[in-house]
Design a protein around this ligand. Structure first.
Ligand code: CP3
Length: 336
C-alpha cells in the first residue's frame, strides 16, 4: 500500500508537472507512476495508482487534495446531501462522475506486466469513506463519526449502505478489468470497539467484497489499529487480513488459526533505521512466520514521504534472501 509516492525522486519529478489528481485520473500518467516502484525494486505485485476517495467524487462529492490532506468541500451533513449522492458510473472516463481511469490503468498494467507479477486493485471501506464524507475530512480520533453512530445511527447506516453498493460494483469492475486481487482499505475502522465495528463496518465490508470474491479474485482487508478486531475481521469473508505493525504476526496467526492468509506488517517508520537495522527487523519478522503457507510480506501501512530508498532496498533484499532459502519444492518435485 502506498507503494508509489513522494519518497521516490521519479515521482517527485512528475508531481512538479502534474497535480496528484491529474496523475491518478490520466491513465497514461497513472500507469507510469504505478510502474515506478516496480522498476526500481522488482516487487512481486503492483498496486494501481489512484485514491480511495475518487469513488465518492464519482457519486457527487468532489474531493480536493490539499497540503493538509484530502477534503470534501461539500460534506454529507443532511438528508438532502445523502439523497444527492448518485451511483457511480464506474466505467465513465469523466473523473467527476466516473472511475473508468482506474479500470484502464489496471487493464494496461495487466497486459504490460509478466503473468507472475500480480496487479492489485483497491477501494476504501464504506465506514472509512463515510468518515471522510460526513465531516469533510477524517479526524484521527474518529470522534465525529463515533458520536454520529450513536446520535444518528440510521443516517450513518444509509450512507454506508450506499457506499457499499457502489464499492461492490467498483471492485467487481476492477477484477473484470484484470486485477488479480483487490484490497479493501477500511483504514479508520480501528477507531471502533468490537460491537460498533460489527454493526457499522463489518456488514459493509462483507457487502463490498462479495462480488469481487464471486468473480474469483482473492480479497484483502486492511484496518489500521485493528488488533482488537482481528477475530471479527475474519467474518468479513476476506481471504487475506492485512495487519498494521501493532500486532505481532505470530500472535495474529495463533489467534486466528489456519484457513486465512496474513499480510504485513513492518512499521513504515522502521524504514528510517539504518539499512543494517532494516535487514535485521525484516528478517526477524520473516522468521516469526517461518514455514507459514499463507503469508504475504508487506509494510504495516503506507510508505512514508522521505523514506530512504536504501531502506526499501534493504527490506526487499531481506525478503528475497529469505525466499531463496525457504522456497517450497516446485510443483512436480514432490511425491505427487
Ligand atoms: O499504494 C499505492 O501506491 C496506490 C495508491 C494509493 C494512494 N492512496 C495514493 C495517494 C492508495 C492505495 C491509497 C489509499 C488511501 N487513500 C487510503 C487508505 C490507505 C491508507 O493509507 O490508510 C486513504 C485513507 C486515502 C486517503 C488519502 N489520500 C489521504 C489521507 C491522503 C493524504 C496523506 C498523504 O500521504 O499525503 C491521500 C493522498 C495520497 N493518496 C497520496 C498518494 C500517493 C499523496 C499525494 C501526493 O503525492 O501529493
Amino acid at each position: 500500500m502506498r507503494q508509489a509516492g513522494r519518497y521516490l525522486p521519479e515521482y517527485q519529478e512528475m508531481r512538479k508537472r502534474h497535480s496528484f489528481a491529474q496523475l491518478c485520473t490520466t491513465p497514461d500518467l497513472a500507469v507510469e507512476v504505478s510502474l515506478q516502484p516496480y522498476r526500481r525494486f522488482g516487487f512481486d505485485a503492483v498496486i494501481v495508482f489512484y485514491d480511495i476517495l475518487f469513488l465518492a467524487q464519482s457519486m457527487g462529492a468532489p474531493v480536493e487534495f490539499t497540503e493538509a490532506g484530502p477534503v470534501f468541500r461539500r460534506p454529507v451533513a443532511e438528508e438532502r446531501d445523502l439523497d444527492a449522492l448518485h451511483p457511480p458510473d464506474v466505467h465513465g472516463l469523466d473523473p467527476r462522475t466516473g472511475t473508468g481511469a482506474i479500470l484502464r490503468v489496471i487493464g494496461s498494467l495487466r497486459s504490460e506486466l509478466p503473468r507472475s507479477t500480480a496487479v492489485l486493485g483497491f477501494a476504501g471501506g464504506p465506514f472509512t469513506m463515510a468518515g471522510y464524507l460526513l465531516g469533510g475530512a477524517f479526524e484521527r480520533s474518529g470522534e465525529r463519526i463515533r458520536r454520529l453512530i450513536h446520535d444518528r445511527p440510521s443516517f450513518v447506516h444509509r450512507l454506508c449502505e450506499r457506499l457499499a453498493a457502489a464499492t461492490a460494483e467498483y471492485l467487481e469492475a476492477q477484477v473484470a478489468a484484470g486485477a488479480d486481487a483487490v484490497q479493501l482499505f477500511d483504514t479508520w475502522a480501528g477507531v471502533l470497539g468490537p460491537e460498533a465495528f460489527r454493526e457499522f463496518a463489518l456488514p459493509y465490508e462483507k457487502a463490498a467484497l462479495k462480488k469481487a470474491a464471486e468473480a474469483g479474485a482473492p480479497t484483502i482487508l486492511y484496518i489500521n489499529g485493528g488488533s482488537h478486531l482481528l477475530e471479527d475481521m475474519r467474518s468479513s469473508g476476506a481471504a487475506v487480513l492485512s495487519l498494521d505493525w501493532r500486532e505481532p504476526l505470530a500472535r495474529a496467526r495463533s489467534r486466528l488459526g489456519g484457513g486465512i492468509s496474513l499480510q504485513g506488517n513492518l512499521d513504515p517508520a522502521a524504514l528510517f533505521a539504518t539499512p543494517e537495522e532494516v535487514l535485521r527487523l525484516t528478517r526477524s519478522m520473516l522468521e516469526s512466520l517461518s514455514g507459514d503457507p499463507a503469508y504475504i510480506v508487506n509494510l504495516g501501512h503506507g510508505i512514508l514521504p522521505e523514506t530512504p530508498i536504501s531502506s526499501v532496498e534493504a527490506f526487499v533484499r531481506a525478503v528475497k534472501e529469505f525466499q531463496a532459502r525457504e522456497k517450497p519444492p516446485s510443483p512436480g518435485s514432490s511425491e505427487s
